[in-house]
Design a protein around this ligand. Sequence first.
Ligand code: GYE
Length: 341
Amino acid sequence: MLKKSFATVIGLAAAVSFLFSACDRKKLNIQSTIYVDDERDGAKIILGFSQIGTESSWRTENTRSVFEAAAEQGIQVLYDDAQQKQTNQLKAIRSFIVYRVDVIAFVPIVEDGWDNVLREAKEARIPVIVVDRKIKTQDESLYAGFIGEDGIEEGRKAARFLLQKYSDSTKKLNVLELRGTDYSSMAKERSAGFREVLLQDPRFCIVKSVSGDFLRSRGKEIISNIFAKEGSLSWENSSLDIIFSHNDAMSLGALDTLQLYGVNAGRDVTIVSIDGEKDAVAALREGKINCIVECNPRLGPELIKLVKTAANRNTIPRVTYVDGRVYSENDDFSLTQAVGF
Ligand code: GYE
């Protein structure tokens, strides 16, 4: 089948921002370079990759990992950064279909609303791989498979750390939850897994749960608002003992404000986070964060294996999970390899 030139497609869909030439590894700076490749190399697999944005270091590392793995395997990437908007993702995926890429991979910012575009991809016989976050669909055959993390298990791990940390305590323990993006599978799963394990123990009570959209700025703001309203780190006159944050970016934002108000983070309030980015790992070592449930953003090599399989019209596993460790104040840091990304 004759494939269209990128120049044609760009006229049809401005959403596609970037074509990456896999053979030129020196140009791995994905933030600032725009590639337009009119000479399509028919032998190469072309992957259309729709990423949700750059909301955290996790996300930036995730994108980098996909590009690096694609470059290593000689796969061209047609890339779009959706800047946190589902409508941009839908446009990008439609552009990939027009361009007739070999495989589409996308990170769904929210769970719902994908069936129509996936039906279009299926009609065009383009396999789709769902990356990192899950979707809800009426028809599971609309995508080839999912690769990512098990958010429920991550939430459970965070709760297990707390049960263990407070195993000798008799007091009531109030938790503030900083949730990720509303309607995203990741925020839902992390909340669900956390509650499933934590609330078996009646001492724990989640007194407040707010969405911080996985953003550092929001983590900062949420804690500032609490101080503005309550005058201390408390909610409706009960002090907050624990902050469970769905990602490091929000935890680091929370730390910024706590420091401003002279709260001794890690001691006066226990902080449990998810991801494992460098700055958070440093805060863990300094005792300001008590536990980090690792979530590995480096999905690139596994994803690219799946892309090659799907491009050759072979079946890929329905679900490929990537596992992570738990880093905590109980570790001997001279022994752990916790460095972060
Ligand atoms: O934890 C967060 C990011 O979906 C696993 O999204 C991902 C989350 C990650 O922005 O930092």
